[in-house]
Design a protein around this ligand. Structure first.
Ligand SMILES: Cc1ncc(C[n+]2csc(CCOP(=O)(O)OP(=O)(O)O)c2C)c(N)n1
Ligand SMILES: [Mg+2]
Length: 348
């Protein structure tokens, strides 16, 4: 698929780009060894964390909903590699990867998933409702599309305070059909708010494919009625995400207002833990895994360029597995909140 740019996008200057292209023909950032290793490690941490969360859910340690991010790791990692401290992140319920990418601790996230005292919301928010002011992570929201309006509010606060922070608001292809998204677009364009709207187009809402649910499936064009530029990005290639993020952040910081990045991505697991995923074929999933896996792409480059040996990669894998195992141990040994906690952290 050719990269399609909304007509209102001018050709902007980008940071280091290489001659290589993403699978949709878009630009990719020219990563050095450290950046490739960083991307590899961060994506692997999310993948292993999610696998462990899936196991703990199966064992009954996690109650309620749990939506895994496996397959989409390159989106948050590529974005975070371009952001600077102070930029806010807000997303929906498929949020564990976003939190880990901002630097929130695996222990705190896992303890929250299991409803324990030292979780980020003291065990009272669970998978969908975690926050870290310190890491500028504003949730974790279960109401589809709500985070888009809240993220626009964060961008308004940046403008009001005169800082140069950018709000990064993630939402899905399903959420992109919600009315409040367009009310937010209107205000963001009118007031030139510094916000990147990221549509994580993983091709499905709960079980409805974009082809069945949406009249305009090129989500990068969804802001054109408001004059908001948009770009389609290969969301399986972390270098493509980083290149798009650099441009979009520069666009926002230079006062040009909002921008949309449509990340072409894919989730490997079901919508939530109870989804048998009968709406798509096993072949479709397998093809994405074997031909576009975001982690495998980086692994291959590291090996081909001689930047990491199989032993180096095994050592990273072990390190990451240790962090995840530690988070699971921590979470299972952490006490549940006291019953009196029912009356704290609430607005009356
Ligand atoms: C306002 C609202 N309507 C419906 C739901 C039920 N619901 C939960 S997730 C979901 C699908 C959203 O899909 P998408 O935005 O593509 O995100 P993804 O799960 O693919 O990450 C729906 C309809 C909800 N939580 N909130
Ligand atoms: Mg979706």
């Amino acid at each position: 698929m050719a990269p399609r740019k909304n007509a209102t996008v001018s050709s902007r200057k980008t940071s280091a780009k290489s001659a290589a292209k993403a699978s949709n023909g878009g630009p990719v950032a020219d990563f050095d060894r450290d950046e490739e290793l960083k991307a590899y490690r961060e994506m692997l941490l999310i993948r292993r964390f999610e696998e462990k969360a899936g196991q703990l859910y199966g064992m009954g340690f996690i109650g309620g909903f749990c939506h895994l991010y496996i397959g989409q790791e390159a989106v948050v990692v590529g974005m975070q590699m371009a952001q600077k401290d102070g930029d806010q992140v807000i997303t929906a319920y498929r949020d564990h990867g976003h939190m880990l990418a901002t630097g929130m601790s695996a222990r705190g996230v896992m303890a929250e998933l299991t409803g324990r005292r030292n979780g980020y919301s003291h065990g009272k928010g669970g998978s969908m409702h975690m926050f870290s002011k310190e890491k500028h992570f504003y949730g974790g929201h279960g109401i589809v599309g709500a985070q888009v309006s809240l993220g626009t509010g964060l961008a308004f606060a940046n403008r009001y305070r005169g800082n140069d922070s950018v709000s990064v608001a993630y939402f899905g292809d399903g959420a992109a059909n919600q009315g409040q998204v367009y009310e937010s677009f209107n205000m963001a364009a009118l007031w030139k708010l510094p916000i990147i709207y990221i549509v994580e187009n993983n091709r499905y809402a709960m079980g409805t494919s974009t082809a069945r649910a949406t009249a305009q499936s090129n989500y990068s064009l969804r802001g054109s009625g408001f004059g908001i530029p948009g770009v389609q990005v290969d969301g399986m290639d972390v270098r493509a995400v980083k290149a798009a993020a650099d441009e979009a952040l520069e666009h926002c910081r230079s006062g040009k207002g909002p921008i949309i990045l449509e990340m072409l991505t894919y989730r490997y697991r079901g919508h939530s833990m109870s989804d048998p995923a009968k709406y798509r074929s096993k072949d479709e999933v397998q093809k994405m895994r074997s031909e576009h896996d975001p982690i495998e792409q980086v692994r291959q480059r590291l090996v081909e360029k001689g930047w990491a040996s199989e032993d180096d990669l095994k050592a990273i894998d072990k390190d990451v597995r240790d962090i995840v195992a530690d988070s699971a141990d921590f979470a299972q040994n952490d006490p549940e909140p006291d019953a009196s906690a029912l009356y704290t952290d609430i607005l009356l």
